[in-house]
Design a protein around this ligand. Sequence first.
Ligand SMILES: [Zn+2]
Length: 200
Amino acid sequence: MSDAGTGAPPSAAPEHATLVRAFVNTLDVDEGTDALADAAGLSRWLASNDLLGADDEVADDDLAVARDVRAGLRAALVGHGEAAHGLLDPAEATRAVAVLDGLAARLPLHVSFAGGTPDLVAGGEGARAALAQVLVAAARSGADGSWDRLKICPDDTCAWAFFDESRNRSRAWCGSGCANKNKVRAYRSRKRAADTTAPA
Ligand SMILES: [Zn+2]
């Protein structure tokens, strides 16, 4: 598919990258909420993203797998923006990605030729198949280069996963709102420092 004529910028987020971003953002650091806090939450999220049928059960061990997949994806994305490196200890990031690799080897994924072109697809059913689809989305994102544009906002009170649509992939913050918020915070902390050191 070509973007020519659609008016879309060449670096607009493809659907699979958007799915990866949304999955990572089920943990909202700013709001202090977690859509994957329990199995029911995971079930709701997967169903609302058309990854799970209404009758599919989600067990607690599916939840544990989902949370480890998310932690591994988040750790991998932290590596995409230099400014975000401070968000996660490198040893912890390496461990989380290794756990993700181990899970990817056990989730139902295979190469299919049914569509005419060999492609990585999710097999099986239920929550594991749904989580495999998230990994298929990540692999597709890796294949088309959109993966490198998925980043984590370096503000540790935000840590939002975002898609860097800039031509030279230079965007570091999730949005202008976040950058402004950060400037205000920096100004306040400078002012506090100045107030406490100023003579009475
Ligand atoms: Zn942010």
